[in-house]
Ligand binder design. Structure first.
Ligand code: PMP
Length: 397
C-alpha cells in the first residue's frame, strides 16, 4: 500500500493555529499568530482599490484563455517598476509566481539546477536566523544546502551585522544569500541604508548571489523607502533574484499573487535565466492563476486606483506604527523587552520569551502568537494593547 508507507507529517504548527483560534470559545481571544492585517474591528476587509479593479475586470475581461508560464507580463512590468523604480539602471526580467512563496520556490529551483562553479555538491543558500518559518522547507525541498547564521544579537533586540559580515567571509563564491527586503519576519529588524550598501559591496566582491525576499513593501516606512535597500543592492551586484509577494500589500492573501524578478547588467544571460524559470514553472504548475495578478495590474495601470491603493496601504502602515508606539511607551514595556518596537518595522516582532510563555499566553489569556514567539502586530487592535501587555506580563511571571 503506497499511501500507508508515508510518514505521518504534522500540520504546519503556525497554520494549525488558524483552526485552534476559531475553535476557542473565549470571546476575548486575540489572534496574533498568522501574518494577516486586521483593522480595529478585527476584520481583514478586501481593499477598496481591489474591489474597484475587480469590478472593472469582471465588466471588461474579454477572455480567460491561457497566458503561458510567465503569467501576466504587464503585471510583472508594473511590479518591476514598483520594486526597482521606474528609472532603474539595471536590466530586469520577471515572471508571475504563485505568491511570494512560489517566487521563492522558483528562485530556489533556479539556484538548485545550476552546477556549483567551485567544487561539487548542491547549491548553498545562507539564511540569517530567526527567519520566516517556511524558508527552510521551501529551500530544503528544492534541494538546496542550507547554512545559517545569526540575524540578531543574543538579546534579539538589535541586528548582528558582524555576523552578516562574517558570513560573507565564510561563504564560497557562487553561494546564495537570502536577504529580507523590509519588515523582517519575524524580528522587525531591518538593515540600515549603510548596511545595505556595505553588504552589496561585499557580495559583489566575493561573487555571492543575493536572493531578496520582499513581502512587505509599504509596511515599514513607505513604498519608496522600503525598496531603497533592494535598489542599492541590485545596482551594485551583477545579478540578483527578487521574490515579490503582493498578498499582504494588496490584501490578496488567498489569491496567491507574486512575481520573481531577475536583475542583471546584460540582456542575453537574463533571457537564458528567464527561459529556465519558465521551463521550471511549466514543469511545476504550468501557469500561475490569473485573477489576483490581473487585479494588481489593473490597480497599478490606473493613476486613480494606484492613489486609492496607496492611501489604503498608508493607513495600514500608520496603524501599525501607532500600535508599535503604544506598546513601546507602555509602563511595562521595559520589563518585557518591548521598548525597541517603535524603531523596528513591519508587521512582526519576536518575543524573547520561550515556549512556556507562548503556551501560558494561550492558556491564561486566550492570546495566540506563533509557536516561535512571533507576534503579528498587524492583528492587534489599539484598544487591546493593554490586554496584550497584561497577558504577557502575567505569562512571564
Ligand atoms: N516571505 C516572507 C518573509 C513572508 O512573511 C511571507 C508570507 N508570510 C512570504 C514570503 C510569502 O507570502 P505569500 O506566499 O503569501 O505571498
Amino acid at each position: 500500500m503506497l499511501f500507508d508507507r508515508f510518514d505521518l507529517q504534522p500540520d504546519d504548527p503556525l497554520l494549525a493555529l488558524i483552526g485552534e483560534v476559531r475553535a476557542d470559545p473565549r470571546r476575548h481571544r486575540l489572534d496574533l499568530s498568522v501574518g494577516v492585517y486586521r483593522d480595529e474591528e478585527g476584520q481583514t476587509p478586501v481593499m477598496e482599490a481591489v474591489k474597484a479593479a475587480e469590478a472593472q475586470l469582471v465588466a471588461g475581461q474579454a477572455s480567460k484563455a491561457y497566458l503561458g508560464p510567465a503569467g501576466d507580463v504587464q503585471f510583472c512590468a508594473r511590479i518591476a517598476d514598483l520594486v526597482l523604480g521606474a528609472h532603474s539602471g539595471c536590466q530586469v526580467a520577471g515572471l508571475q509566481s504563485v505568491g511570494g512563496t512560489g517566487a521563492l520556490r522558483l528562485a530556489a529551483r533556479l539556484l538548485a539546477v545550476n552546477p556549483r562553479p567551485h567544487g561539487g555538491g548542491p547549491a548553498t543558500i545562507w539564511l540569517a536566523t530567526p527567519t520566516w518559518g517556511n524558508h527552510v522547507p521551501v529551500f530544503e525541498e528544492a534541494g538546496l544546502r542550507i547554512r545559517t547564521f545569526d540575524h540578531t544579537d543574543a538579546m534579539g533586540t538589535a541586528l548582528d551585522f558582524a555576523a552578516w559580515l562574517e558570513m560573507a567571509e565564510r561563504a564560497e563564491p557562487g553561494d546564495a544569500i537570502l536577504l529580507q527586503g523590509c519588515g523582517h519576519n519575524p524580528t522587525g529588524i531591518d538593515f540600515t541604508a549603510q548596511q545595505w550598501a556595505t553588504l552589496a559591496m561585499r557580495m559583489a566582491d566575493k561573487g555571492l548571489f543575493p536572493l531578496v525576499d520582499l513581502a512587505y513593501q509599504g509596511f515599514g516606512l513607505g513604498l519608496e523607502e522600503d525598496a531603497a535597500g533592494v535598489r542599492t543592492l541590485v545596482e551594485r551586484v551583477p545579478e540578483a533574484l527578487i521574490a515579490v509577494s503582493c498578498n499582504k500589500t494588496f490584501g490578496l492573501y488567498r489569491d496567491r499573487v507574486g512575481a520573481l524578478l531577475m536583475t542583471g547588467t546584460q540582456a542575453a544571460p537574463l533571457a537564458k535565466a528567464m527561459a529556465m524559470a519558465k521551463a521550471l514553472a511549466r514543469g511545476e504548475y504550468s501557469m500561475p492563476p490569473d485573477h489576483g495578478a490581473a487585479v494588481v495590474r489593473t490597480v497599478l495601470e490606473s493613476a486613480d486606483l494606484t492613489a486609492l491603493w496607496t492611501r489604503e496601504l498608508d493607513a495600514m502602515r500608520a496603524r501599525l506604527v501607532q500600535t508599535r508606539k503604544a506598546i513601546a511607551v507602555h509602563p511595562l514595556a521595559g520589563d518585557l523587552g518591548l521598548t525597541g518596537l517603535a524603531n523596528q518595522k513591519g508587521m512582526f516582532c519576536l518575543l524573547g520569551a520561550g515556549h512556556r510563555v507562548v503556551q501560558k499566553l494561550k492558556d491564561e489569556s486566550a492570546i495566540y502568537v506563533a509557536p516561535d514567539g512571533r507576534v503579528n502586530l498587524a492583528g492587534l487592535p489599539l484598544a487591546r494593547v493593554d490586554d496584550f501587555i497584561a497577558g504577557l506580563a502575567s505569562a512571564c511571571r
